[in-house]
Write a protein that binds this ligand. Structure first.
Ligand SMILES: [Zn+2]
Length: 259
């Protein structure tokens, strides 16, 4: 979920970050093709920075309040994406390009695009902002949708359904197309991370697109590492935090410094 007016607790965040002394390095400009004004990225992280971000973003969700059983959720079947192009600005090609990027970066997703919405297990609806409240009610029901809007004024949304064992069986994503490039690309990348199994936000994390205080709009080295961790064969759907923690830390050691 993208909140339009994220809670601003800047002073508190600054204090927390100062104590946290990130060691990330290898800073570079946003990649070519990113929206003008996209933030720079770091390319080298410590294993602790990757592990901490992974555990914070993979477990628990502010979209599933009351859910006590935090488990790993990820696709275990090939990801079949259907793009339902709509809205007043044609962004279908831009979105498909992003899907192509994820397919290439993460072969283990076995991500393909399909024209058949019934064959898809991941449906993306490209819509105008004014259609969003209706889409939200359809996906989450009246009461839940009203509560989300009241709490966060959400701008984009992803609903993820998982099997009891933890594997993701269905994703519905809603991406706004008529509010400019910034909103579109930020939503597209942010919601893709949710869709693939990182349900949470982390407002203390200065590197991820799942920090709602940041507008990123591209696949950062950091978020790429988190998805590689999630889809590593040693991580499995249904793992608890205790089960995944040590493994995540081992994978992070291998990934740290790679870019
Ligand atoms: Zn979100």
């Amino acid at each position: 979920m993208i909140a339009r007016w994220p809670a601003v607790i800047g002073i508190l965040l600054a204090l927390v970050c100062a104590q946290d002394a990130p060691a990330a390095s290898g800073k570079r400009a946003a990649p070519q093709g990113a929206v003008a004004g996209a933030p720079p990225e770091y390319t080298i992280f410590t294993p602790a920075e990757l592990t901490r971000g992974f555990l914070a973003l993979a477990f628990g969700s502010d979209l599933r309040l009351g859910s006590k059983l935090a488990r790993i959720h990820r696709f275990e079947e090939p990801v079949k994406v259907h793009v339902a192009a709509g809205g007043s600005v044609n962004r279908a090609e831009s979105y498909r390009k992003i899907l192509g990027e994820f397919a290439k970066e993460f072969p283990s997703l076995r991500l393909i695009m399909t024209e058949d919405s019934y064959a898809a297990n991941f449906v993306v609806r490209l819509i105008d902002e004014k259609e969003f409240p209706v889409a939200l009610r359809a996906a989450f029901g009246e009461a839940t949708a009203r509560e989300f809007v009241k709490r966060t004024d959400p701008q984009c949304m992803t609903a993820v359904k998982s099997a009891a064992e933890g594997g993701i069986i269905r994703v519905d994503s809603f991406i706004i197309v008529d509010q400019g490039d910034d909103v579109f690309f930020n939503c597209a990348y942010h919601e893709m991370l949710h869709a693939l199994g990182l349900p949470n936000h982390d407002q203390r994390n200065p590197w991820t697109a799942l920090n709602q205080d940041r507008q990123v709009g591209y696949l950062t080295v950091y978020d790429r590492a988190l998805i590689l961790m999630l889809y590593d064969p040693r991580i499995r759907s249904g793992m608890s935090r205790a089960q995944a923690g040590q493994t995540a830390s081992e994978i992070a050691k291998e990934l740290a410094g790679r870019n």
